[in-house]
Design a protein around this ligand. Structure first.
Ligand code: MSP
Length: 485
């Protein structure tokens, strides 16, 4: 990436419930990339937050006998707290109930109306009172709502429709030209497929009478803004689209804009959002990075299955760094996969306590036992492996292949551990002849130079561990990095 400045965003999460491992995964990916690009000298703004309007939240609050605002405040706080527990350092946390966001959304709605991007249309659909939502004919079972086993009623309401259709061609063109990059390939294909299906204009408002918890349409007090339109606007409201043009210019127009999201919400981000931006005459994001979904022990994560993993519970067992590692080392982000919780402990012990932790303590113990001057340059074999590791790592990180890049670092850790074991460096400690002393110096130098490299490369993934290694090297101390479990 050439740009010196990057805006990195995550989806904003629904606050109808507390955060789970899925949310943590996306946010961690954003944190790792933020740290990586910062280390490479780029200026990065990392944006995340919570999506607080809509029926889902309204209903959850009602069930819990709370006001929607109370539920939003409680759960939004839990998201912040979880990110803190995971060492995730965002620059701004937006909430869609923030006054500034609401004002921006209303300002944008007025703009869209003025520019004739909206039109009123009678909307007819099947409505399930139990769900308080529209339901498609094809989803009915024997004419009944499958959840409430009741027939839906025909509802017709007047909504403001957004003119999506007229933008499909231009979005397709920008995507094909690579102006809006969609990564990886499966997401690009899916987007182009969606555009080919000729998605139709969509209803961008709802009747307030039905959806009470939403941002009021500024020119029609009977309507609220559709929660997805409200939510997407966060990406520009957070950086001052309405009232801080300088900041907006800096972080949107003069920055590389990278949205990170899961494949479940692709359509909204790769088609709807670009269309809204076109209507606003605002440049499109530069890239959207879509990751796969994961299952937990082979099953979809869901509250009914009681298999939702709370990242905070993992932190209690494995610590902040251990949890970060376990989440990030499961599978390539593009693929998604299965999180095997039963293997967490074994993986933690094997990779962190044994491989990385032992290497650091073995090398530093040996080095501290015998004062030797460290060679500035590694020997030829080490030079080669260090160069190769760094080259592969950078190439992978630039392509957001963070799982693969982390693997490269662990390959280097394995190499060092094997070297130490095979060379039996510790046997040279008590030998005072010049040859042995030189050999010891060479081996310890190779290992220390590698440790320095490992510490740098691992920083985006395990920031505290990286700092700890640095401190141990500097202060000639040996302390276990990870407790064995
Ligand atoms: N509020 C909308 C997003 C609006 S963005 C303008 C939303 N929220 S959500 O709380 O449902 O979070 C969705 C995101 O959480 C997914 O896109 C994905 O990034 C992450 N994940 C949720 N479950 C997940 C998995 N099981 N696996 C991986 N990521 C998951 O949709």
């Amino acid at each position: 990436m050439k740009s010196k400045r990057i805006l990195i965003t995550t989806p904003i999460y629904y606050v109808n419930d507390k955060p789970h491992l899925g949310h943590a995964f996306t946010t961690l990916v954003a944190d790792v990339l933020t740290r990586f690009f910062r280390k490479r000298g780029k200026e990065v703004f990392f944006l995340t937050g919570t999506d607080e309007h809509g029926l889902k939240i309204y209903e959850s609050a009602k069930n819990l006998k709370k006001t929607p605002q109370e539920l939003c405040d409680e759960n939004s706080f839990l998201f912040k707290k979880s990110w803190e527990n995971l060492g995730i350092e965002y620059d701004y946390f937006i909430r869609t109930t923030d006054k500034a966001h609401i004002e921006t959304v209303q300002y944008i709605f007025n703009l869209l109306k003025e520019r004739e991007e909206l039109y009123e249309k009678e909307y007819e659909g099947l409505y399930c009172i139990g769900c308080e939502n529209f339901i498609l004919e094809k989803d009915l079972k024997d004419g009944l709502c499958p959840f409430h086993l009741k027939p839906p009623i025909k509802v017709s309401e007047k909504n403001y429709f957004f003119k999506l259709e007229k933008y499909l061609k231009v979005i397709e063109k920008e995507i094909k030209k690579g102006k809006l990059k969609i990564t990886p390939e499966f997401a690009l294909k899916e987007t182009l497929g969606l555009i080919k299906q000729n998605l139709s204009d969509f209803s961008s408002t709802r009747l307030k009478e039905r959806i009470r918890w939403g941002i009021e349409v500024p020119f029609d007090k009977d309507q609220v803004i559709y929660v997805w339109v409200d939510a997407l606007i966060n990406y520009i409201s957070a950086i001052g689209f309405y009232k801080n043009k300088n900041n907006f210019n800096k972080w949107w127009n003069k920055s590389y804009v990278l949205h990170i999201l899961g494949k479940d919400i692709l359509k909204f981000h790769t088609v709807y959002w670009p269309a809204i931006l076109k209507a606003l005459k605002v440049k499109l994001p530069d890239e959207e990075l879509i990751h796969g979904f994961f299952t937990i022990n082979g099953q979809k994560m869901s509250k009914t299955l009681k298999n939702v993993i709370d990242p905070n519970e993992l932190v209690k067992v494995y610590g902040k760094e251990g949890t970060r590692y376990l989440i990030l080392s499961q599978f390539p982000i593009a693929d998604g996969g299965d999180i095997k919780e039963s293997q967490f402990k074994e993986k933690y012990n094997a990779d962190l306590a044994n491989n990385l932790g032992n290497l650091v303590s073995r090398v530093l113990t040996l080095k501290n036992k015998k004062e030797v001057e460290i060679n500035q340059k590694p020997s030829r074999d080490f030079k080669k492996i260090l160069k190769e590791t760094e080259k592969n790592y950078l190439k992978l990180m630039e392509k957001y292949k963070i799982y693969e890049a982390l693997k490269e670092v662990f390959k280097l850790i394995d190499y060092c551990n094997l070297y130490l074991t095979q060379k039996r460096t510790w046997e040279l400690i008590n030998k005072e002849d010049k040859k042995s002393r030189d050999e010891f110096k060479k081996q310890i130098s190779n290992l220390l130079i590698s440790l320095e490299k490992i510490k740098d490369l691992i920083y985006p993934f395990l920031p505290d561990t990286s700092l700890k290694i640095e401190e141990l090297i500097k202060n000639k101390k040996v302390e276990p990095l990870f407790k064995r479990l």
